[in-house]
Write a protein of this length. Sequence first.
Length: 252
Amino acid sequence: MEFTFLGTGTSMGVPIAGGFGKEQLDGDPRNIRWRCSAWVETPKASIVIDTGPEFRLQTIRSGLSQVDLVLITHEHMDHIAGLDDLRPFCYKQEQKIPVYSSASCLKAIRSRFDYMFGPDRYPGATDIELKEIKAPISFRDVNITPLPAIHGNVNVLGYRLNDISYLTDVKEIPEETKSLVRGSEVMVLSGLRWKPEHPTHMTIPEAVAMANKLEIPQTYLIHMNSYVNHQETNKRLPDHVKLAYDQLTIEI
């Protein structure tokens, strides 16, 4: 299985619109972070996690040309704004693309992208099939387990795909979810910044503590803001926890 980080940034990206925060960057391209999204590729499946505002550009620069299934973590726009960019994949593949998430997230998608659904569906609109996921499913050669977590006052879903667990935009991980994550070879976990603490996101120290508690062999952090310098941060992190960066591909 190959896992590609299509984006590793916060809801506003790094740098944010208007170039604000760019003075924090040092020229290292790993500090340029598009909105969080990932691509899982196996011999039999091509799966995307989240479709944010840069999804079109992310597919172009990564070479992603097939989408068999989409997993959405939650309904915030930095995770669903690019759903319309699935349209050319529908045309090319000549079939609906299944999109899995929680019931509340699917309801939000139907509301915000109403032109894709129902009797008044716009001709030629993106053709997706919304499916609620509440229990583990198998898709070709991938076992997918939903991982409920808490993002402030929003319930979100992470996903375990075979031996990698992906959790973004989380502040708390319930004990039952921790048991589902344990045993993974790799965990992907959000770590917004070093300090101060945030009401809806784990900080880097909190994410490291969680990685230690779950005893995951390798953890990659995502959803970092512009104050997190890639090289300097990695020097401070333990060997089993590292920052991810856009376009990083790992094999599992």
